[in-house]
Design a protein around this ligand. Structure first.
Ligand code: 8YV
Length: 317
C-alpha cells in the first residue's frame, strides 16, 4: 500500500504532481467536500503533509495526525506552523530553503521600481486611452528615481542579502536592521526599525514573521516620510495595514509595492484604490523555475522522512 499523504496547497508543477501520485496516495485537502469528517476518518493514517508557507498547518490539525512523519512546507516561511510543538513531537518541518531567494529579491526590486516610477499607473493611462485624450507631457506627474535611493532592508537573511546585491548594482546606499548585526555584512547595521526608516528612502521587508507583527506602524511610516516607499515581499502581518492605508491615502508616504497582505486574498480597499500602490497577489516565488525547484525539495523531504531519515531541510529535528 502506498503511504497516504495530505496536501493542503496545490503544487503547480505537473511533473511533480505526477511523481507524487506515482509514489503516494495523495489526498488534496482543498478538494475534499467535508474536510472535518474526512480528517476524523483518515487523519490517523496520514504520514506526510505538504503545505504552503502562507497556509502552514494548524496545531489542532497536527494533533489529529498522530502518524505524521513530516510537514513539508512548499515555501520558506514557517510562521504558520507551530515549530515548538513539532519539536516536542520530534516531527521534522522542512522548508524549501534557498530555492526562491532570487525570485523574491527580483520581485522586491521590481515592485520598488514599479512604485517609484508609477509603472502600473502609467500602464493604465496608456491602456485606458487616456494618453490620446491628454497627450501633453504634463498630464502625468514626474516620478522618483530609483538608482541611488537609500534602501533600508528589514531582515538580512537570504532574501534581504539578495535584495542588497541588486540594489547595490543600482548604486543604492544600503542599511539594514535585524535582530542583531551580522559580521559578514559590510552594509551598516541600524539597531531599530524606526531609525532605519528615518535614514531610508525605501524600506524593503524581507524578515520572517515568526517573532514580529505590525512592526511597520504609523510611527515607522511617518519616519519613512512623504518621499519614502515601502516594499513588502515577506508577510503581510509585519505591517499594520490600517496604518499603511491611512499613510498612503494621506500622502504621508510616497507609495508602496506589496506582494503580501494580512488577510489574503483580501486587500484593503484604500490600497486597491491608490495609484501610489503597486499590488501583486503573493507571486514572489511564482515562476516555473523556482516552483519546480521548490517541488523537487518537497518531494525529497517527504521521501527522506518516509524512508526513516532526517530530512536534509528539516528545521525542527
Ligand atoms: C509561496 C511563501 O507563495 O515561501 C513562502 O513562505 O509564502 C511563498 O513563497 C508559498 O509558500 C507557495 O506555496
Amino acid at each position: 500500500m502506498k503511504p497516504r499523504i495530505l496536501q493542503l496547497n496545490p503544487i503547480l508543477i505537473p511533473a511533480a504532481n505526477d511523481q507524487l501520485a506515482a509514489l503516494y496516495e495523495v489526498h488534496k485537502y482543498f478538494e475534499i467536500a467535508d474536510p472535518e469528517a474526512w480528517l476524523r476518518e483518515y487523519g490517523s493514517s496520514i504520514e506526510a503533509v505538504i503545505t504552503g508557507g502562507h497556509t502552514g498547518i494548524s496545531r489542532p490539525m497536527l494533533e489529529q495526525l498522530p502518524a505524521l512523519k513530516v510537514v513539508a512546507v512548499n515555501g520558506v516561511g514557517t510562521d504558520a506552523v507551530d515549530l515548538a510543538y513539532c519539536r516536542t513531537r520530534g516531527l521534522p518541518v522542512t522548508a524549501t530553503l534557498g530555492a526562491l531567494t532570487e525570485d523574491v529579491a527580483d520581485l522586491a526590486i521590481g515592485l520598488l521600481i514599479a512604485a517609484c516610477r508609477n509603472l502600473c499607473a502609467g500602464d493604465r493611462f496608456v491602456r485606458d486611452g487616456q494618453w490620446e485624450l491628454y497627450p501633453q507631457p504634463s498630464a502625468i506627474p514626474l516620478a522618483r528615481r530609483f538608482s541611488g535611493m537609500r534602501v533600508g532592508i528589514v531582515g538580512m537573511g537570504r532574501v534581504g542579502r539578495a535584495v542588497a546585491v541588486r540594489a547595490a548594482a543600482f548604486g543604492c546606499p544600503i542599511r539594514y536592521t535585524d535582530l542583531r548585526a551580522m559580521d559578514d555584512i559590510a552594509h551598516p547595521f541600524v539597531p531599530t526599525l524606526l531609525e532605519l526608516a528615518q535614514e531610508s528612502d525605501a524600506l524593503v521587508l524581507c524578515a520572517a514573521a515568526d517573532q514580529a507583527e505590525g512592526i511597520v506602524n504609523a510611527a515607522v511610516l511617518d519616519a519613512l516620510g512623504p518621499s519614502g516607499f515601502l516594499v513588502n515581499v515577506a508577510r503581510g502581518r509585519l505591517v499594520n495595514e490600517a496604518d499603511l492605508a491611512a499613510a498612503v491615502t494621506a500622502g504621508r508616504i510616497a507609495g508602496a509595492g506589496l506582494d503580501v497582505f494580512v488577510d489574503e486574498p483580501r486587500v484593503p480597499r484604500a490600497l486597491r484604490q491608490s495609484d501610489a500602490v503597486t499590488l501583486q497577489a503573493h507571486r514572489a516565488s511564482a515562476t516555473w523555475e523556482t516552483r519546480a525547484a521548490m517541488a523537487d525539495m518537497v518531494l525529497a523531504s517527504v521521501a527522506q522522512a518516509l524512508a526513516g531519515e532526517r530530512p536534509a531541510m528539516s528545521l525542527t529535528t
